[in-house]
Design a binder for this molecule. Structure first.
Ligand SMILES: Nc1nc2c(ncn2[C@@H]2O[C@H](COP(=O)(O)OP(=O)(O)OP(=O)(O)O)[C@@H](O)[C@H]2O)c(=O)[nH]1
Ligand SMILES: [Mg+2]
Length: 292
């Protein structure tokens, strides 16, 4: 019998929409990271802690890697950079339908200093024969300790992935108490859940011009009262979020409230306000105020 305990930081990297957040949630078994079919959904580093007998893994989901076009993007890429620096193991994830060559070029450009696992995600979308061929080609890259096909959405291949990770973990004591799931606050997750609904309900550029900040969070006797501000860059965007006679923001409020109630397991009274802050995405003070 050995008392050896393993623990480490395992950070997830990839292009936008590869399924990083879906993977984090599948591993932790809780919806920590928000998900949408649109690119650039994740803007922060989201930690999820998995504690099992004999090991603890601190996973970090990160924003998809892009060329920055404004300051918010730069902040997002600095999140990726810092995650590159403190990983024990890097999970490099790609959509199995996407170009292998493009993804490998991106992964090469990261100049990783830690061992990595290459993950071929969304295998549910690909014929078995094509998947086998992709797997061979991916292995030929030669830089990953393991290449693991998964479906994050259908939670397939997660066990194999975990086994590959655990084999690479350093010996260490756990960093967190065994009931810790994340280091982010409930307020943070509430703002994220509202932002997710904006990504899911509004088209085109709206989600990209929007951020959400929780301004009030009060636990009353029978319910939790939450006030949040939705920040946009233009009056026209505010009008779209409000909708005709407030129809759109009511729908947004209802969907977000249901999601928050599931998360905190309490009744919620949610009040939303929309504010226009021109160019907040390029303004250091606003970015800081909004948590970036
Ligand atoms: N078919 C299929 N779709 C998936 C799978 N995993 C994720 N998706 C979908 O891919 C889209 C993007 O998923 P996310 O988890 O938000 O991707 P991400 O890499 O975190 O994206 P960013 O945060 O924008 O960088 C969503 O519509 C997911 O439902 C999978 O295994 N199979
Ligand atoms: Mg994401």
């Amino acid at each position: 019998m050995s008392n050896m305990h393993k623990a480490g930081f395992v950070n997830i990297f990839g292009k936008p929409n590869a399924g990083k957040s879906t993977l984090l949630n599948a591993i932790i078994g809780e919806k920590l990271a928000i998900i949408s079919p649109k690119v650039q959904t994740t803007r922060h580093r989201i930690t999820g802690v998995l504690t099992e007998p004999g090991y603890q893994i601190v996973f970090s989901d990160t924003p998809g890697i892009i060329d920055p076009k404004y300051k918010l993007h730069e902040k997002m890429m600095s999140v990726v950079k810092s995650a590159l620096e403190d990983a024990d193991v890097a999970l490099l994830i790609m959509d199995a339908k996407d170009s292998l060559q493009e993804n490998l070029e991106l992964f090469d450009s990261l100049k990783l200093k830690v061992p990595c696992i290459l993950i071929l995600n969304k295998m549910d979308n690909v014929e078995a024969a094509d998947m086998a061929e992709l797997l061979e080609k991916a292995k030929a890259w030669g830089k990953a300790k393991a290449v693991v096909p998964i479906s994050a959405r259908q939670q397939k291949g997660i066990k194999d992935l975990l086994a590959a990770i655990v084999a690479m973990l350093p010996e260490a004591n756990p960093f967190y108490p065994d009931d810790t799931l994340t280091d982010k606050s409930t307020r943070f997750f509430v703002a994220e859940m509202i932002r997710e609904k904006i990504f899911q309900l509004f088209e085109e550029e709206i989600p990209y011009h929007t951020t959400v900040i929780v301004t009030q969070y009060q636990e009353k006797e029978t319910l939790t009262k939450i006030t949040a501000e939705i920040i946009v860059t233009r009056e026209s965007q505010k009008a779209i979020i409000l909708g005709e006679r407030g129809k759109s923001i009511r729908e947004l409020g209802t969907q977000a409230r249901q999601e928050i109630e599931k998360f905190i397991e309490r009744k919620v009274f949610l009040e939303l306000f929309v504010k226009v802050r021109g160019k907040w995405r390029d303004n250091d003070l606003f970015l800081k105020e909004y948590g970036y």
